[in-house]
Each structure stands twice: as structure tokens, then as C-alpha cells.
Design a protein around this ligand. Structure first.
Ligand SMILES: [Cu+2]
Length: 160
């Protein structure tokens, strides 16, 4: 009985977390709330990628919501449009310049979101297999330690 109540509490606090995030994103960006966190699964939404040229680079962004009861860890990334996909983070220096570096392993606790967005974490699409232009779309696959691989479709846009 006690453990049931405990579980209920966890579920309830999880719901409040999601509601909080939802209303916050509603005010800032309508499209940000198209898909809300779905309990029981890891969801990816708001995926998009910048245009790029064959053999060149591009960056892709998305939001990951962990609606499962467990922490999960991002292991690897791939795309049908690039030979190699790396997780990077942008860093702003004191002199105003920015650079980027490979980001460490990302752990997403239950009920939390991870945002990949300009100026922060992003997926670097390296050695593009084809030109990607506005109006195209590409696949981005994320491999998680627990739930396995999830593939999202990312439209190519200039900005979100
Ligand atoms: Cu980068």
C-alpha cells in the first residue's frame, strides 16, 4: 500500500512538471507546444535543421522529453543526410566570440526535457551526403540506453 502511494506521488509530481513546462513554452513559442510530453515514452519534437551543401556541414536542433519513469542516456546519433553526427555545445567567450566543442554524454531524468537549440546544444551534421535546402527534410535518429533508437523527421529551415 505504501509503495502504491509513493508511486502515485511520483506520477503526480511528474504531471505538474509537464504542465509547468507546457505553459512556459506556450507563451514563448506556439509551435513549441505542438506535442506535449507523453507519459510512458520518450518523445522528440520541434526538430529542424539548417540548410547545407553536399560534403559540408549543417546543424540540427530538437527537443527531447522523457515521459518514462526512468532516467535515460543518449548514446549515439545518426542521420540519413550525413556521414557523421556529433553532439556539440556552443560556448560564448568573454570577448563575445563563440566556439563549439563536443558535448559530453547527456543524461535525461524522468519527467525532464533536453533542448537542443541555437547557441546551446546542437547536433552537428558532418559530411553531408547531399545538398539540403529549405523545404527538404531529413531523418535524425537518437539512440538511448533504455528505450533504444528513436527517429525524428527534421524539416530544413533558416530558423525555427
Ligand atoms: Cu557544432
Amino acid at each position: 500500500m505504501k509503495s502504491t502511494q509513493h508511486l502515485l506521488l511520483i506520477l503526480l509530481s511528474g504531471c505538474f512538471l509537464f504542465l509547468g513546462c507546457g505553459s512556459e513554452s506556450n507563451s514563448s513559442n506556439e509551435s513549441d507546444s505542438k506535442q506535449e510530453v507523453v507519459l510512458g515514452k520518450i518523445a522528440i519534437d520541434n526538430a529542424w535543421a539548417r540548410p547545407g551543401s553536399q560534403q559540408g556541414k549543417s546543424a540540427a536542433y530538437l527537443r527531447i522529453s522523457n515521459g518514462t519513469a526512468s532516467t535515460d542516456t543518449l548514446l549515439s546519433f545518426s542521420s540519413d543526410a550525413a556521414e557523421n553526427v556529433e553532439l556539440h555545445e556552443s560556448i560564448e567567450h568573454d570577448d563575445g566570440t563563440t566556439s563549439m566543442q563536443p558535448a559530453g554524454q547527456q543524461v535525461i531524468p524522468s519527467g525532464e526535457k533536453l533542448r537542443l537549440q541555437p547557441g546551446g546544444l546542437h547536433l552537428m551534421l558532418i559530411n553531408l551526403k547531399r545538398d539540403i535546402a529549405v523545404g527538404d527534410s531529413l531523418q535524425i535518429s537518437l539512440e538511448f540506453a533504455r528505450v533504444g533508437t528513436i527517429t525524428a523527421i527534421a524539416p530544413v529551415q533558416i530558423q525555427q
